[in-house]
Design a protein around this ligand. Sequence first.
Ligand code: HEM
Length: 450
Amino acid sequence: MVKHVELPSAQPIPYIREFPLIGSLPAILRKDRLTFFVRATQHRAVCGLHMGPVPLILFNRAEHVQSILVEHAYDFGKGQLIHKAFGGNGLFVSEGEFHRHQRKLMAPLFQPRHIAAYAETMVLYGERLQQEWQDGAVVDLNSHMIALTMSVIGKALFDADVFNETDELGAAMSMVYEYTVHKLFSPLMPPLSWPTPRNLRFRKAMEVLHDRIQHMIDERHRSNTLRSDFLSVLLQAKDEDGKRMSDSQLMDECLTLFGAGHETTSAALTWTWYLLCQHPHVYQKVHQEVESVLQGRPPKYDDLARLPYCLQVFKETMRLYPSAAGIVREALHDIEIGGYLVPKGYTVIVSPYILHHTPAYFPDPETFDPERFVPEREKQLPRYAYIPFGAGPRICLGNHFALMEGQLLIATLAQRVHFTLVPGQTIEPDPVHNLALRPGGKVEVVVEKR
Ligand code: HEM
């Protein structure tokens, strides 16, 4: 029997009905697990379930987000689940004081005035991609959006051309990503020291990434020329005591930014095109905005304020399909959240997916409606009900970068091409084989040049 833990709290955690021993594991391993989570938690502010023997507590209200991710941020750690899957000590996994220190060092890199310089890169790569496509061609948006966002972050981070996955650096990153997904969802993984084909491929990929990035670090140490890529800026960053990051920490941060900086954004962009194809009246409004503002020229940073509808579309896409469907934490000590006592070591989840699909926050939640993000209406949303980038001191470091990239790439591509979905495809989120919430398999569209 699965042990249903009684928490010594004012209110008992309501556990859902589950199988003995395995709990909700079969449902959690299914492709449609998000529907399961939404159904299981419906109308419940808090809900407990088991992944095998491991209890998970889902907190499903905006005020819980504030409590867990903001007010008690440092009473929770990332937890074993995350540390098991992601190696190193980059910003995404680092904890406590060290995280605070690194975050302070890296935050200036992502301030709007610094990232403005990358607008040009985003547009340039978007233009380059659409130029490759022939009128009438059938292309897979899932893989093209990955290549596009990987090229953008590669250029921003290293000033390197990582335009497609045939590039050694891009291919190695994809391999490491695939391995991480496997590790996260496979209960039984052979130790990395065993020479299984997957382990060997992963070790080779890590070697390539380490060699190439170390080479770039060495080159910047030697060079007197001041460059503006993230790596060069990170290399110069000093803390209050004038100390710089070690090369090995720099390596971990580069790997974190390279990984975090493309997968999530590409998933959101793929869903954007999918939703636009499904909603022609919205797609038409995007075309109209882009045509009237840009009149045929590529967008620039200064145009962002004049392309509000593109941003609304991107935000509404991330409401329906938040790239990070669940945010996981582990209690560092017994702590009370919303009247419930979470014991030390327990895993809690706040799910942007569940929150974004809660009718009390988003009436008619399954409807794609970019008007929800007209600024006056957006301001009225309950605080912490919309959290595609998380919240609190661990909120996505690249959120401004990602929003700018989404908005600019929608404008760039919508100006030059129109997509139509190839009929007969089943396009659904596949949270089992991906870290970010993205469609499983291809998303094929016919390209019409404009
Ligand atoms: C649509 C695009 C993106 C989405 C939806 C997204 C989402 C998120 C979320 C939800 C978190 C918080 C995770 C947690 O609290 O456990 C996060 C953290 C992070 N993201 Fe993003 N992200 C996106 C793009 C980016 C980009 C473009 C970069 C960098 C260029 C980036 C870098 C990071 C980093 C470094 C962290 C860790 C921050 C910390 O723990 O202090 N992300 N992201």
